[in-house]
Design a protein around this ligand. Sequence first.
Ligand SMILES: NC(=O)c1ccc[n+]([C@@H]2O[C@H](COP(=O)([O-])OP(=O)(O)OC[C@H]3O[C@@H](n4cnc5c(N)ncnc54)[C@H](O)[C@@H]3O)[C@@H](O)[C@H]2O)c1
Length: 260
Amino acid sequence: MTRLRGRTAVVTGAAAGLGAAITARFLAEGAHVVACDIRDDIASRVADLHGPDASVTAVRCDVTRTEGAESALEAALAIHGRVDVLVNNAGRFGGSTLLDTTDEEWDFHLALNLTSQFVMCRTFVGAMVDQDEITGVRGRVVNMASQLGITAPPAALGYAVAKAGVIQLTRQLAVDYARWGIVVNAIAPGRIITGDHPGERAYLDEGTVDAATEFSLSRTPFPRLGRPEDVAGAALYLASDDSTFVSGSVLSVDGGWTAY
Ligand SMILES: NC(=O)c1ccc[n+]([C@@H]2O[C@H](COP(=O)([O-])OP(=O)(O)OC[C@H]3O[C@@H](n4cnc5c(N)ncnc54)[C@H](O)[C@@H]3O)[C@@H](O)[C@H]2O)c1
């Protein structure tokens, strides 16, 4: 359990769901983690989730804003002196059809699900390019996309377009910064049951299947839906030396949904 020993990772959206699972997996592999979230209770959440002795620093920030990205970078550099891995995980599903999408809804989804990753990448890659190499790499970025950035879901326009943008952002940065030793990849999860969303608690606790869960099960060849640990394992691979020659890729973690 030492695949990230001594490495510093910044994880956004770390108070819940996939971000909390990625943080836990990285800590278990020996990383120091800077856990960023917009939630006011991020510090107590991190302490509750990972214990008082974990090498994790909570930073409350809004990752859609350059000031938020800079405060996360400053905290990481002040404590650890470098950032080896950035995981751009913060985001939220939602949206509607074209004719029902307001300007405000469109702006919200683009800002949270795409602009945040642009802002964080610009801030962190800017620091990574000046770092010394470790095993031939100066920094790694893992962007959270979605299978819904590859396939078109019903009535989720802003989210789906933003996640498609995340995939192209990933490829563009991988190409532009490869010569600087920066490795950039994306994860495209399918439906992952975190237990934090309506209907999921009942599914986990009682096996009750609501309409959204039934739809996801019907579209997933593997005979279960995803778990946060499935995504955390993919993030660990892309954050570790095991994937050094992997860049510009989109790793589907969807039980075969997009292959079907
Ligand atoms: N759960 C799934 O099935 C699934 C599937 C595909 C992709 N994803 C993607 O994975 C990521 C995590 O999903 P999740 O289900 O764990 O979500 P979640 O809602 O459980 O957690 C997201 C976290 O991001 C934080 N956050 C929101 N806005 C923020 C901001 N402006 N600045 C900083 N933090 C902010 C929230 O406070 C929350 O703690 C998202 O990008 C999502 O689009 C999730």
